[in-house]
Design a binder for this molecule. Structure first.
Ligand code: ADP
Ligand code: ZN
Length: 751
């Protein structure tokens, strides 16, 4: 009987992502499974396209017009059953295409792409340079002719075991020496996966970890869940500096002792070095990392190490949730409130939900950890849908930093034109004198944000996106933060009226300059997206700050979280007000969390800490609560707001966005989709749905495409998803003049 594979192809759209049937040539039929990656002829032109097999089976009388598969990737490229299950989960939950889900769960380096060989379409591995040559001793040097010193050295070096070419070269042994020895049959070579020990410099140096009584109580409760062997979820809510890390290090230890494995997620690349250091020194080298600052080869090799079962602990950022780790006993989401746990491109998944899914698949303990949990998470915890464990004190009885406000209205009235207030400068100077360090947070990168004409008020905007261009001093250019558009040299005159352009607003680079002027000789370390482009930049910078080579660490939100430096006693917050008046329903939560987190960076060791917040609205209730570091009080306010205005956790919030080149068509498509949705839901009156819009998105155009949105408040259950899928199918079947691209986002906070 002929064998048929049903596949989903690359580059589909969410409203046109069907399974296509192909005939499987006999020589593949043994090696094709659901999850296999294949190449198929697609469309009228039969162009080769990547696809994933979702079903295979024999069929009595298949359609004679079926085409045959062109090629199949090797067995090792196949999605494991676990990863395939996650692909199904992503597809169902987030309305992405099958192949988008495939690309999310497999790192770039492990993916295949179409290629040509001898005029035939084939699959090619994206990465090939992952092998290295290893030499092994298989014979002995003859006494005559007398061997050279290098030859003897090489043989001696290999007595203890095989060695890589690069390691031998590092000892001064050249490849010609090695080749000569191979020819004589004394050495042999082998190609192996490069084994990169990314953290060779971190010593394995386990120190006994003694929990404080409060930490111990927290641990004991979580240990019960861990040992239950059942799926459990818990929230570890502890004030900054309470030692949440200590608690989960102990949990990891227990997990490993049980013969199971642990997956640790952190929200930012900047936090991986610190966590890796702690984990490696405590647990040794069966540790793998997965994050986007690794190059593709490193990432692939670490991934293979996990796949081969050679890692017991995986640490990484969001996408590490897809690591092919088996037998997972514990999954930790550290700083779980961070929005970086949500993907902003398809598949628009939330690491929280994927973690829940994996915890269910593996019967693991899923632990969320934060000083300022998301409102939804805390709500779930206090309504006993997960265990709540609290740490109310800082480790060692240290006090939380004192918090004070600097009223920027008064600064302005007193005639200070700068962004850094006089009081802030004085306090920084005082710290400098005492040899203590400071952290300054300004959540805006760049220099002077925007250019505006002093005569006609025209703002210099990106031609492709409806956002102002941002001046970047180092590049002497205006840059668009959305599409990368670049204008250089920087215009001095208005293109509209010829008036003079005034650059105003401020970012990290501007503040760096102001500080250098105000506090000459101060060693300032600026950390933002621009200063951390180079490999390992975060790690190097933070290590130098830890060694006190700098006095002030100035940066965007990447300096606000998770860092632990004993000598930091002053934390300053600049420019927080714009976040406070942001649009999304999470803006208060974000501000509360950001301030609490950054304030918590101070006074973590012997020296007490203090924090200063510059604002024009010092009486704002959210700032007051953040200053008091009173999470429960903040939560009470926030949950009332969410309840009365109907926001999560009381509903699911989904933004359906439409984009295309013609504004009117995009708008019409959105309106038509709303109508289709209405018809679908009318057949199921029990399924709640509110639709708002269409309205232009906050950024109405990106990269030349107009953007409209519908905002849905719904209950995101199986019933909802069935109706939504039906609506997407109906939309696909419509004869609209031009179809707008459509995307669903359950992570948006209203944009
Ligand atoms: P959190 O993550 O809750 O903000 P950390 O885990 O970073 O707090 O702990 C704060 C500081 O206290 C760190 O310097 C940490 O090393 C120290 N600390 C916490 N618990 C312990 C413990 N049980 N033993 C030794 N040091 C601890
Ligand atoms: Zn742009």
């Amino acid at each position: 009987m002929p064998c048929i594979a049903k596949v989903a192809v690359n580059d589909a759209t969410i409203h046109f992502d069907k399974l296509y049937s192909y005939l499987v040539p006999p020589d593949f039929s043994e090696s094709l499974w659901p999850g296999s990656i294949v190449l198929v002829p697609f469309g009228r032109g039969n162009h080769p396209r990547m696809a994933v097999v979702l079903e295979v089976g024999a069929e009595e009388a298949p359609d004679p017009r079926l085409k045959s598969l062109l090629a199949a990737a090797p067995e090792k490229a196949r999605l494991t059953p676990d990863l395939l299950e996650l692909v199904h989960f992503l597809k169902d939950r987030y309305f992405c295409t099958w192949y988008e889900a495939v690309k999310a769960v497999i790192p770039y380096g492990a993916q295949y792409q179409p290629g040509m060989e001898n005029g035939k379409p084939v699959l090619k591995s994206r990465l090939t340079r992952t092998l290295e040559t290893v030499y092994a001793l298989v014979g002995e040097l003859p006494e005559k002719p007398k061997p050279g010193a290098r030859q003897i050295q090489a043989v001696e070096a290999l007595r203890a075991g095989p060695c890589t070419k690069s390691a031998l070269e590092a000892q001064g042994i050249s490849s010609s020496t090695l080749n000569g020895l191979c020819q004589k049959g004394i050495l042999k070579t082998e190609q192996r996966d490069k084994s990169l020990d990314l953290f060779a410099d971190i010593p394995f140096d386990p120190q006994p970890l003694e929990l404080s009584p409060e930490q111990q109580t927290a641990y004991d409760q979580l240990e019960q869940d861990l040992l239950s062997g059942q799926t459990r979820a818990a929230l570890l809510h502890g004030v900054t500096g309470s030692g949440k890390t200590a608690v989960f290090l102990k949990l990891i230890e227990k997990t490993l002792a049980q013969g199971r494995r642990a997956l640790v997620l952190v929200p930012e690349i900047s936090l991986t070095p610190q966590m890796t250091r702690r984990l490696k020194s405590m647990f040794g080298s069966r540790l793998a990392v997965q994050h986007s600052a690794l190059n593709n080869t490193e990432r692939l090799l670490q991934w293979r190490m996990i796949q081969n079962g050679d890692a017991d602990i995986v640490i990484g950022t969001r996408s590490a949730i897809f690591s092919p780790l088996q037998n997972i006993g514990l999954i930790i989401l550290d700083e779980e409130q961070e929005h970086t746990y949500q993907s902003e491109s398809a598949p628009r998944y939330s690491a929280h939900d994927v973690a829940k899914k994996r915890a269910m698949m593996e019967h693991s303990l899923l632990l969320f950890s934060s000083a300022t949990p998301r409102t939804e998470t805390y709500h779930a915890a206090i309504s006993s849908r997960m265990r709540l464990v609290t740490l109310t004190h800082r480790y060692g009885g240290r006090p939380l930093p004192t918090v004070d406000f600097i009223d920027m209205r008064a600064e302005l009235a007193a005639g200070n034109p700068r962004e850094v207030s006089q009081r802030m400068v004085q306090e920084l100077a005082a710290n400098l004198q005492r040899g203590e360090q400071s952290i300054l947070l300004l959540n805006r990168r760049g220099y002077q944000t925007v250019g505006m004409c002093g005569t006609c008020g025209h703002v210099l905007k990106c031609p492709n996106c409806s956002v102002p261009l941002v001046y970047h001093k180092a590049q002497h250019a205006l840059l668009c933060h959305y599409c990368g558009h670049r204008v250089s040299p920087v215009p001095g005159l208005c293109p509209e009226c010829g008036g003079k352009i005034v650059y105003s607003g401020f970012g990290t680079q501007k503040v760096e300059e102001e500080l250098a002027e105000l506090l000459p000789g101060t060693r300032i370390l600026r950390m933002d997206q621009d200063s951390t482009m180079q490999k390992n930049a975060h790690e190097k910078m933070l290590a130098r700050f830890a060694k006190q080579e700098y006095d002030i660490l100035l940066g965007t939100q990447m300096v606000a979280k998770g860092l632990d430096f004993g000598n930091v006693t002053l934390v300053g917050v600049l420019g927080i007000d714009s976040l406070l008046f942001g649009q999304g329903f999470r803006s208060y939560e974000n501000v509360f969390s950001l301030i609490t987190q950054v304030v918590g960076r101070g006074g973590r060791a012997e020296l007490p800490g203090r924090a200063l917040i510059q604002t024009a609205v010092p009486d704002h209730p959210v700032l007051q609560l953040a200053a008091a570091q009173d999470y429960p009080a903040f939560y009470q306010q926030e949950i009332m707001f969410r309840k009365f205005s109907l926001y999560p956790p009381f509903c699911s919030f989904c933004v359906v966005s439409f984009s295309g080149a013609q504004e009117m068509e995009v708008f019409q498509a959105a309106r038509r989709f709303a109508a289709i949705l209405g018809q679908q839901f009318a057949t199921h009156p029990g399924q709640p749905l509110r639709v708002l819009g269409p309205t232009p998105m906050n950024i109405a155009m990106i990269s030349g495409k107009y953007r409209y949105k519908l905002t849905l408040k719904c209950r995101n259950d199986a019933g909802f998803r069935t109706l939504m899928h039906a609506a997407l199918d109906a939309y696909a079947a419509e004869k609209l003049p031009a179809k707008a691209g459509i995307a669903l986002d359950f992570n948006s906070d209203g944009d």
